[in-house]
Design a protein around this ligand. Structure first.
Ligand SMILES: [Zn+2]
Length: 496
């Protein structure tokens, strides 16, 4: 294994990544709340962690990657009580069952993740599918004395936690007094809490709340932060390697996850906390309410008021790769345009590279240049997944590929360069050649049209009772892997 260093938000520094049980790695990433279409900022987070997941696999780790679906508990305004549930609100708006909302937006999320060529996680648990585990965790927290019940709602007792574990607030870098001031601002039912930083882990439902379950405390539902503690513990254990999410989740979500795990299990869940930075649109925060927002589909179709043309999913993904995941990314026309061009140049470069044959008389200088590239690219990725640096190294070696210098390399080194490019572009970055995919798409249209014509000719032969011709067509198509199925309404075909 190479020496991978990751920036651990918990200690605000790059640290050597040492899994608890190598070669296994446990990785948990906070997934989407499925009450609306996934937005570009979330896409950035999930693409970033997909690249991290892919890179860990590339290094030879056996990764269990858990990314949850939040389908209950997340309240409007990200508060932990008092407000309406995001899924409930959308269900009322669309006049649907909450689970219809959940299914619809989960499907849309999965489609977008495929469009962006991300790998599915190993386990994708839902909050509603883990009510028992969450109730058990509330029981454990109560039993350990880190929670109290007030009027059917169970609150986490942060004052008690801080007394025993003064590290509360370490992840978000907030001082306890700041936390108190901040949560006091958000406090809706202050009288129900003992302490302003306390938060609800089980919430008694208002009569009009749609999604609710029976528990010993009340007919209610779990607090938003609880599901991640319960599900990460269930699938990855009380202590696991890596926890990720968007930077906006550091507080209160992740801070409270840590609190709950300490309350229930006695220790903080993850050893390394990784956070992706936010995405801006033309220098301003993306926000639906003030109109500064583009949805992924609008970006890809060009149907938006911000950009003069459509940008493809891979152009957008390339822009993500060109910025380090911990840096703010500003989505601008200029940035997208140059990312789109750079992406196409790199795909072309890869084709050029594939067509190069090794020299009969290798030149040591060409071999050395390749060794240096392979070494530096690995170092860049091992330095907290520095994808922009890898891309920049690829563009640095590009002129040497295009001017024929690399063709002077030995077979072995040339092969190493081809492998390195292929692994980075396709296995680790999860890109694909859109122009190639387009031509495949066109090919399948052509095949469908051709077969349509052949089936019409065969139907004509059958009508003339020319069964010899009809059978000849059927048997010949079968021999190239296409099966014709006759029915009353006519013949259809399928690839076998
Ligand atoms: Zn979470």
């Amino acid at each position: 294994m190479q020496h991978l260093h990751v920036f651990n938000s918990l200690n605000r520094q790059k640290e050597l990544f040492e899994p608890l049980f190598p070669p296994r790695v446990g990785m948990y990433v906070c997934g989407p709340t499925v009450y609306n279409d996934v937005h570009l900022g979330n896409c950035r987070t999930f693409v970033s962690f997909d690249i991290i997941y892919r890179y860990l696999l590339h290094l030879g780790y056996k990764v269990r990657y858990v990314r949850n679906i939040t389908d209950v508990g997340h309240l409007v305004g990200d508060t932990d009580e008092g407000a309406e549930s995001k899924v409930d609100k959308q269900a009322r708006l669309e006049q649907k069952e909450p689970m219809e909302i959940v299914q619809h937006y989960t499907n849309g999320f999965h489609q977008m993740m495929q469009t962006l060529r991300t790998l599915p996680p190993s386990i994708e648990p839902t909050a509603t599918g883990h009510l028992l585990e969450q109730i058990e965790m509330v029981q454990a927290i109560l039993k350990n004395g880190y929670a109290y019940i007030n009027n059917g709602t169970v609150y986490f007792d942060t004052a008690k936690l801080i007394a025993n574990f003064p590290d509360y607030g370490k992840l978000s870098g907030k001082k306890v007094d700041e936390l108190i001031a901040e949560s006091r601002d958000n406090l809706k039912h202050q009288s129900d809490k003992r302490h302003p930083t306390d938060f609800a882990i089980w919430i008694k439902a208002d009569p009009n709340h749609l999604m609710k379950w029976q528990s010993e405390w009340s007919l209610g539902f779990p607090g938003w932060h609880l599901e991640c503690s319960a599900m990460s513990t269930k699938y990855l254990g009380k202590e696991f390697d890596l926890h990720g999410g968007g930077m906006d989740l550091q507080f209160p979500h992740h801070e409270n996850e840590i609190a709950q795990n300490i309350g229930a299990c006695g220790n903080s869940p993850a050893r390394y906390w990784l956070h992706t930075n936010m995405m801006l649109l033309n220098g301003r925060k993306m926000s639906k309410s003030d109109g500064n927002n583009v949805m992924p589909k609008e970006l890809f179709s060009g149907n938006n008021g911000f950009f003069s043309q459509p940008y493809s999913p891979m152009s957008f993904k390339f822009l993500l790769l060109q910025t380090h995941y911990r840096s703010t990314l500003d989505l601008t026309e200029g940035g997208l345009e140059s990312a789109s061009k750079a992406y196409q140049r790199l795909m072309k470069l890869y084709q050029t590279l594939l067509n190069i044959s090794p020299a009969a008389q290798p030149d040591a200088a060409a071999d050395a240049e390749i060794s240096l590239f392979v070494k530096k690219a690995a170092e860049a990725m091992n330095d907290d997944f520095n994808t922009p640096e890898v891309l920049s190294l690829m563009f640095q070696i590009a002129p040497r590929i295009n001017d024929g210098f690399i063709a002077k390399a030995s077979a072995q080194q040339l092969d190493a360069l081809k492998t390195s490019f292929r692994q980075f572009l396709f296995d680790i970055f999860g890109l694909y050649d859109e122009t190639e995919a387009d031509s495949q798409h066109q090919d399948s249209h052509l095949l469908a049209a051709t077969l349509d014509l052949i089936l019409k000719m065969r139907a004509g032969a059958r009508a003339r009772k020319d069964f010899a011709t009809s059978d000849l067509i059927r048997d010949n198509l079968l021999s190239i892997g296409i099966q014709i199925k006759d029915s009353k309404t006519g013949a259809t075909w399928e690839k076998i």
